[in-house]
Design a protein around this ligand. Structure first.
Ligand code: ADP
Ligand code: ZN
Length: 510
């Protein structure tokens, strides 16, 4: 069969060589064994089940939640002379019947199904098929640990158990260690082998800018885009309202731009997406609803207008840039407000502890002072030995210095204010601000009032977050983000411990 797989790759798909892992996965599948495939988007996952599907004398069932992607893949397969069809909520009853007939008559090599449909037909005609392989695409949707949980996926195990001797394949671009374990269990994979291809996308530069005020943020985005005239990009916003605001602003100043969110009609969304893919619209300002399953190779930048909720989502979203391998840029904005807002959401929702933990990891990444790619990849289980040289921290390494006195000033401010106030008030006191809040609380009488005049507001903020990251201060999110001094913080205050701080990374536009 080995020769056959190469011949199919060349003759049907027109490629000369397999990408890393593809061949190994295909061979294992042909042997009838289960596999877990973790490859970045665009990595070539589909080939891993498409080639075995052509070699088996039966049908391969592909489960996917993405209707538009199913349609595209089936069209591409048909164009290559492969007997493929899909079965989901987008087709008519008549079309359904045609697909069922073909499937039952053994006239299909691949059948794509949405999980809902699969569940609804698994006890009827699906039972009559000669199923030789099952591929579960976007397998992270089965896990509550993932960021895109879909309840229908949890019923796939019953289907798996009904086909104990058929190889199953779980495919995803996003799953950390705990999610992987969960997915294997939920899908009932048996002795599956894990295939991870490198997630490192060297052509993507990574930049993070923190604590930028809204107006400045918009200005920076405008100048960012102006320097990349006629290039395609995606700007992700948290709210629908923001997508419209930002898009309208960019449109007013003459950019080719559209917004996209779940509040639009299907037709509007589809048109927006098609225009973007065809380069008729250059920039899309969207909520995270946008991009799943979009295969556009020349996206040159991805901007996050707000902090993403977790690193999985973030990495998937920036991964939509530079699929053609050419240099592409990613830029993330975050501020504490996003973080506090999400923390509150997470308090009400299910899995709140897990969501909060993921959110904390996201924030740590945003505030990190070491190579960002190292942090990201290590989150996904890959460890770089060298710094990447293509992130903002590598480009502008922070210098560290003795920050004991600065830290003592901040801590003594917190102590004198009674550990009741948040970052803004502390900075105002340290900088000797005259604002109404400071007056109301009579903080101008404190000994620490004005001791930090020489440091800018933003630099103070940066330092205080470093102090929190180093464990001298705790930010009590549940108590209006009041700052409290930790036991090691007290040691610093008493002069029993010294502190290293790093110079804040410049947040000015380059
Ligand atoms: P994924 O599902 O991992 O996001 P796809 O399966 O859609 O990725 O593959 C991404 C692109 O790579 C497709 O255009 C596909 O045709 C192409 N591709 C896959 N395998 C190979 C290969 N061995 N050589 C060249 N191109 C490939
Ligand atoms: Zn780096």
């Amino acid at each position: 069969m080995k020769n056959q797989t190469h011949t199919l790759l060349k003759n049907i798909f027109g490629y000369d060589n397999f990408r890393p892992l593809q061949e190994e996965i295909i061979n294992r599948t042909i042997e009838g064994k289960d596999s877990f495939i973790l490859m970045p988007t665009g990595g070539g996952k589909s080939m891993c089940f498409q080639i075995p599907a052509l070699l088996f004398d039966g049908i391969t069932v592909v489960v996917s939640p993405l209707i538009s992607l199913m349609k595209d893949q089936v069209q591409a397969l048909k164009a290559n002379g492969i007997k493929a069809d899909f079965f989901n909520s987008s087709i008519s009853v008549q079309e359904e019947n045609e697909v069922i007939t073909k499937a039952i008559n053994g006239d299909l090599q691949l059948l794509y199904l949405s999980p809902e449909k699969l569940i609804s037909v698994s006890n009827t005609w699906l039972k009559q098929l000669n199923i030789k392989l099952v591929a579960i695409d976007e397998a992270h949707c089965v896990s509550m640990w993932g960021h895109d949980f879909r309840p229908e996926y949890t019923q796939l195990k019953v289907f798996r158990n009904s086909l104990p001797n058929v190889p199953f394949m779980a495919l995803t671009a996003t799953a950390d260690k705990s999610a992987r374990k969960d997915i294997e269990e939920q899908l009932g994979l048996q002795n599956s082998k894990l295939f991870i291809s490198s997630f490192d996308r060297k052509n993507l530069s990574i930049e993070v800018r923190g604590q930028v005020q809204k107006r400045k943020k918009l200005q920076e985005i405008v100048s960012f885009i102006n320097r990349r005239k006629n290039e395609s990009g995606i700007i992700y916003c948290l709210s629908r309202k923001n997508t419209e605001e930002v898009a309208n602003h960019l449109k007013e100043i003459g950019h080719s731009v559209a917004f996209y969110h779940a509040g639009m009609s299907n037709e509007e969304r589809e048109k927006t997406q098609t225009d973007f893919i065809n380069d008729d619209t250059k920039i899309i300002v969207a909520t995270i609803a946008f991009g799943m399953g979009i295969d556009k190779s020349n996206v040159r930048f991805v901007i996050h207008y707000n902090l993403p909720k977790n690193l999985e989502g973030y990495y998937q979203e920036i991964g939509r840039a530079g699929r053609d391998g050419l240099p592409s840029e990613t830029l993330l904005y975050y501020n504490m407000r996003d973080f506090v807002l999400y923390s509150q959401f997470a308090e009400d929702g299910a899995n709140s502890a897990m969501q909060k933990e993921k959110l904390n990891r996201m924030l740590q990444f945003a505030e990190a002072k070491s190579c960002r790619r190292k942090i990201l990849l290590s989150y996904f289980g890959e460890h770089l030995t060298e710094n990447c040289g293509n992130c903002d921290v590598c480009a502008n390494p922070p210098k560290d210095f003795d920050g004991t006195i600065i830290t003592q000033k901040a801590l003594s401010g917190i102590a004198r204010m009674g550990e009741k106030d948040g970052i803004t008030m502390l900075i105002n006191v340290l900088r000797g601000s005259n604002n109404a809040d400071v007056h109301e609380k009579q903080y101008f009488n404190l000994k620490t009032y004005g001791v930090g005049k020489d440091i800018s507001f933003f630099n103070w903020r940066d330092y205080i977050i470093q102090m929190a990251n180093q464990g001298f201060i705790e930010i009590m999110y549940a108590e209006s983000s009041a700052l409290k001094i930790t036991p090691i913080g007290w040691k610093v205050l008493k002069g029993e411990k010294t502190v290293r701080l790093t110079t804040p990374i410049s947040i000015d536009d380059k």
